[in-house]
Write a protein that binds this ligand. Sequence first.
Ligand code: SAM
Ligand code: DTB
Ligand code: SF4
Length: 340
Amino acid sequence: MSSPHFSSLSTHTVKKIYYLPMMELLYRAHNTHRKHFDPNKIQTSKLLSIKTGGCPENCSYCPQSAHYQTGVDKEKLMNLDKVISAAKKAKAEGATRFCMGAAWREVRDGPQFDRVLEMVSAVHKLDMEVCCTLGMLSKLQAQKLKQAGLYAYNHNIDCSKNFYPNIITTRSYKDRIQTIHNVREAGITVCTGGILGMGETEQDRIDFLHQLAIFDPQPESVTINKLIPIPGTPLATQKPIFTMEVVRVIGTARLIMPKAMIRLSAGRTGMTESDQFLCFFAGANSIFIGEKLLTSSNPELPHDKTMLKDLGLMASTKKDFSSMKTTSVKTIDNGYTEPV
Ligand code: SAM
Ligand code: DTB
Ligand code: SF4
């Protein structure tokens, strides 16, 4: 089994992995997963919308876009105290990562960004992994966030480059990738991914996975969202996809990005315990906990606790990650050069 450098990964190879018979894909993905992670541990993270609604972007899936009437009330940037209380509560509930989201197109320098820097620094002091998702970011802004203690930045490519213009027209795919580079250069870990079920083809999913895998170094964290169809948005009536489609994407992601945390993010409401089990078996190892994501609903905490208990899964502690933090992925060791 050879271990080619990941940047040599071709879309053709991703396609071969993606279309493996499901038994084979899951067997290989789970084996790879076990090589890099404790399969019985799941990171529980918490989201908080620190600035809600009224976003100038036209992302077709988003309840917070000002272009659509979705019933989400616009709220100003939250106070620091409220954020600290929410982070403390999340920590008490077992979350080891706290992600603050703002419905901004991009970060603007000024008092609001200064307040975000204070939030980052305060959550960092609580000894949690601090993550932000604030829209586009310059190199200098990324450096300031890093200095404040930011651990990760979430900025999704959302889908394949080809499919992207069907979903968003107010900013380009290139813009998204540039921000991801700025984050990486500042020494912040990268969290990026996308949404399944927006009407994309399977080739789009393959191209999306390929784009994620050829980032050099690869993202430390990959978010896989299942579309939550929001009334009022252009994707409101999109037909839901099957869980096995999500599982196929996760299994492929695990094989081509063996060391990345794979976050099963939006869309768990409505997934059964068995559905989610298959996602975890294929390589997903993080969920967002609490009844709310940013603005949409998520399974209730007691429900998730029961699920984790039923599956014998433990919420990972901060200590579990200390050995993984500095790992940058240089090779793909899943044997994808085997005849398939
Ligand atoms: N404004 C920032 C940005 O776009 O990067 C941060 C917030 S945005 C809500 C974060 C991500 O949430 C999006 O990139 C998208 O992938 C995901 N998301 C938003 N609405 C969703 C929906 N209805 N269903 C699934 N995922 C969604
Ligand atoms: C991501 O990929 N999914 C999370 C996180 N990154 C910020 C957000 C999901 C948002 C779902 C819609 C909402 O709650 O508004
Ligand atoms: Fe929603 Fe972020 Fe798009 Fe704004 S930029 S519409 S908050 S996904």
